[in-house]
Ligand binder design. Structure first.
Ligand SMILES: [Zn+2]
Ligand SMILES: [Zn+2]
Length: 287
C-alpha cells in the first residue's frame, strides 16, 4: 500500500533552467529557456532535490529532504506552503556539490523559527567538504554575523543502511565524473540517483527490484562526463525494468513536453514507463 508522498522540489541542473544567459543573448534564441519563464512552465527547473513525506498514525507529517541546493529557498517557498510542509525533520545528502548543499545556510530560517535543530545525514567526505565551505555551520562558534546560523547536527554515514524518521535508506554508491563518487539511495520501493555517470555492478544489485526509479538524465545525445545522457539513462532503466521511471537533473536541452511525447512511444513499444519529472510533481510511494 502506498503510504508516503515524494515531492520533486527541483529537477534541474546546477545552473537551473532557464539559463539567464539564454534570456540575454543578443542572437541566440533558446526555446526551452524562453518557455521556462512562463508561469507554470514544466521547463522551469530548480536544483535537483526531493522531499519524502510520511504521515504517522497521529496525523503528524515527517518530512525528509534529499539535498538542499542553491535553489532551496525558492523551491521551498514555491512548494512547501501548498503541500503543508511545516517542518524539515531530517536531511540526507547525496554529495557536496553546490547544487546539493548550497542551501544549507538558508536552513537558519527553520532552526531560528520552527524547530531547534535539523539532523543531516552525510558521508565523511562531504562533511570535510562542507567544513571548508561552511565552517560556521559545522562549528557554530565560528559565526561572525548577527541573526544566528542554522543549527545542524551532522551524522556521518558509511555504506551500511541507516534509518531516518523510521525510513530505511540504503546508500547506493555511484560514479559521478572522473574523480568522485556520489550516493544514490534506495528507500521503500524507490531508487533515487540524481547524479551519476556510471553505476557499478555492486550497486546495481542493490537497485534490483525497485518499482520506481528516479534517475539522472542530463540531456539527450551530448555526453557530459559527470552525468548520464538520456540514452544512458534509458539503457539503465531497461536493465532495471521498474514500473515507473522518472528522469531528473535536466539541462536546458530538454524540452519537457516534446521529450515526454517521445518517451511515451517507448512505453507503447516496450511497456517501459519513462518520463522526465517536473518541479512540484508528486508521487505516491511505499515505505
Ligand atoms: Zn537555454
Ligand atoms: Zn554533482
Amino acid at each position: 500500500m502506498n503510504n508516503a508522498t515524494l515531492l520533486f522540489l527541483g529537477t534541474g541542473t546546477s545552473e537551473g533552467v532557464p539559463r539567464v544567459s539564454c534570456l540575454t543573448h543578443p542572437e541566440k534564441h533558446c526555446e526551452v529557456c524562453h518557455d521556462a519563464i512562463k508561469v507554470g512552465s514544466p521547463n522551469r527547473r530548480r536544483n535537483t532535490s526531493i522531499l519524502i513525506s510520511k504521515t504517522l498514525k497521529n496525523k503528524k507529517k515527517l518530512n525528509v529532504l534529499i539535498d538542499v541546493g542553491k535553489f532551496f529557498y525558492e523551491s521551498s517557498m514555491n512548494w512547501f506552503p501548498p503541500n503543508t510542509i511545516k517542518t524539515i525533520d531530517a536531511i540526507v545528502l547525496t554529495h557536496s556539490h553546490a547544487d546539493a548543499v548550497g542551501g544549507l545556510d538558508d536552513l537558519r530560517d527553520w532552526t531560528n523559527n520552527t524547530q531547534n535543530i535539523i539532523n543531516v545525514y552525510l558521508r565523511k567526505t562531504d562533511l570535510v567538504s562542507i567544513s571548508r565551505s561552511y565552517d560556521y555551520l559545522v562549528d557554530r562558534s565560528k559565526q561572525t554575523g548577527g541573526g544566528g546560523v542554522a543549527n545542524l547536527k551532522f551524522n556521518v554515514i558509511d555504506h551500511n543502511p541507516f534509518e531516518v524518521c523510521g525510513i530505511k535508506f540504503t546508500p547506493l554508491p555511484v560514479i559521478h565524473g572522473p574523480t568522485q563518487l556520489a550516493n544514490g539511495y534506495r528507500f521503500g520501493n524507490v531508487t533515487y540517483i540524481s547524479d551519476t555517470s556510471s553505476i557499478p555492478s555492486e550497486t546495481q544489485k542493490l537497485i534490483s527490484g525497485s518499482e520506481i526509479l528516479i534517475l539522472d538524465a542530463l540531456r539527450p545525445r551530448k555526453t557530459h562526463g559527470t552525468h548520464f545522457t538520456l540514452e544512458e539513462a534509458i539503457a539503465f532503466a531497461r536493465t532495471v525494468k521498474p514500473n515507473k521511471t522518472l528522469f531528473t537533473d535536466a539541462a536546458h536541452d530538454v524540452n519537457h513536453v516534446q521529450i515526454n511525447d517521445y518517451l511515451k512511444k517507448i512505453l507503447w513499444d516496450e511497456n517501459l514507463d519513462m518520463q522526465y519529472a517536473y518541479d512540484g510533481q508528486k508521487l505516491q510511494i511505499k515505505l
